[in-house]
Design a protein around this ligand. Structure first.
Ligand code: SF4
Ligand code: SF4
Length: 457
């Protein structure tokens, strides 16, 4: 059955669908994000100044035209429109500029006619920061055009001119300052570790340690939110690593699986990757184990992996690590501890950017009683609507992201599952909000949370 955007919106149990469809037309999507532009003093925190005007953007963008990838994308679009309703941002806003082909049109006219003078930078900035870089469009486009690559190219240019959202700058600055998105210093991390160890003792009766800044064989890179918010995910990692009796550690200087550099520019992405590489070398580890974060894994898998390899260090995702141990019978689990119906949601950057599709499914089947697949899964999965640097908790923005995340939640809800499982730090922040907004009877968890519940330790 072909889905209709209108039906999906109107079916929201929140009862707000009709009003939203009416409001879409009156909202200024083109300038919605501009109020969120970073201030000059914040730019300094990430070593950036605001410089350049329309002409500089044009020159820089035209230089990008020399790259084969961008030329390919710009030349091969045949305007068939197949990608339009595949983009959750178009579904949410109903604005053609927020569709893959519409977004590309904003810059294609520059590419096609280099003599163009009038360019609306505000509009380009706004729409290129309403793309979550999810790559769903590339799966459905007959020519495989990946708008997220165009987005990354355009954002690279905009960032170099100091045109970047405040939320993204604030997050980048925290990583430069202390090594994680939440701004947790060593003292704060040490105190959370103590708290989690006490909690685990109460729960299991066992002394399960979370070593910090120790020489070890394995360096675990959790998302900073795993320490504070998604603590069941952190407990899941801890139980697995302790059950296997591994010599492992976390580091207070690299406690961030996420990499907001992917949303801004190559420079930041590489800098943050190098923080992890330096820390892995200094702690003498043989393997870096990446925690649950979609875009973080995409960055690690495509960039950090090769820098680690140059130093003889291996990179693994916690799911690859856990599955291996489960398959070898090194971990004992009781499925009955997770006695419900679970639907696995593929984070975009695992399925379309990180080659991590089968391992989480295999683990889920081993640790829960029953699973069910949604209509659009694996490479066709819908984005959560908060990737790409859009997870900003702002009044005007929140309703927009509640609808941007609705297609993913809608299809999970339609499976009849009680739980939506998504092993991504951004999903764990976004989906509970979307679920609550639309009033659907779903609960949401990370995958390592369930491993932790099922593990007999
Ligand atoms: S990458 Fe995702 S958000 Fe961006 S245009 Fe494609 S489908 Fe839309
Ligand atoms: S599906 Fe591909 S070729 Fe068709 S309009 Fe979209 S980007 Fe262009």
């Amino acid at each position: 059955m072909k889905y209709s955007i209108r039906d999906i919106i109107l079916e929201s149990p929140s009862g707000k669908g009709e009003e939203w469809l009416k409001r879409q037309k009156s909202l200024e999507w083109s300038y919605e994000i501009n109020e969120r532009l970073a201030k000059d003093e914040q730019l300094e925190k990430i070593f950036l100044k605001r410089e350049g005007k329309e002409k500089d953007f044009l020159d820089a963008f035209l230089k990008l035209g020399n790259t084969k990838a961008l030329r390919n994308f710009m030349e091969t679009c045949m305007h068939c429109g197949i990608c339009i309703d595949k983009c959750h941002m178009f579904i949410s806003t109903g604005d053609i500029n927020n569709s893959p082909v519409g977004r590309a049109e904003l810059v294609r006219r520059i590419y096609k006619d280099p003599r163009v003078k009038n360019v609306d930078l505000s509009k380009i900035y706004s729409y290129y920061y309403q793309c979550t870089e999810c790559r769903r469009c590339a799966v459905f486009c007959p020519n495989g055009i990946d708008q997220s690559e165009i987005t990354r190219n355009v954002r690279n240019v905009l960032t170099s001119m100091g045109i970047i959202p405040e939320y993204v700058v604030t997050t980048l600055a925290q990583v430069y300052r202390v090594g994680n998105n939440l701004g947790l210093n060593e003292k704060a991390i040490a105190s959370v570790v103590n708290f989690l160890e006490d909690d685990l003792k109460e729960e299991t009766g066992k002394e399960l340690r979370i070593p910090l800044n120790s020489k070890a064989d394995f360096l675990l890179i959790p998302s900073s939110t795993d320490l504070f918010v998604n603590t069941d995910t952190m407990k899941g990692y801890t139980k697995v690593l302790n059950a296997l009796n591994k010599k492992w550690t976390i580091s207070s200087r690299a406690t961030e699986a996420a990499n907001f550099g992917l949303f801004a520019s190559e420079k930041y992405l590489r800098d943050f990757g190098n923080f992890v590489v330096d820390e892995a070398i200094s702690l003498g580890v043989k393997t870096v184990v990446w925690g649950e974060c979609g875009h973080g894994w995409r960055s690690a898998s495509n960039y950090v992996r090769y820098e680690l390899a140059k130093n003889g260090i291996e990179l693994m995702h916690i799911h690859q690590f856990t599955l291996k141990a489960l398959e070898r019978g090194q971990l004992k689990v009781d499925k009955n501890k997770n006695d419900d119906l679970f639907n696995y949601h593929d984070p975009c950057n695992y399925a379309r950017g990180g080659n991590l599709v089968n391992e989480p499914r295999e683990i889920l089947k081993m640790v829960v009683r029953e699973t069910v697949e949604a209509k659009y899964t694996k490479e066709e999965t819908f984005c959560c609507g908060a990737g790409g640097g859009l997870l900003a908790d702002e009044k005007n923005w929140n309703e927009f992201r509640a609808w941007a995340g609705w297609p993913a939640v809608y299809y999970s809800w339609k499976t009849g599952a009680s739980y939506m499982i998504s092993p991504c730090a951004i999903d764990k922040a976004q989906f509970p909000y979307v679920i609550d907004y639309h009033k659907v009877p779903l609960k949401m968890k990370g995958l390592m949370d369930l491993v932790g519940y099922a593990l007999e330790i």
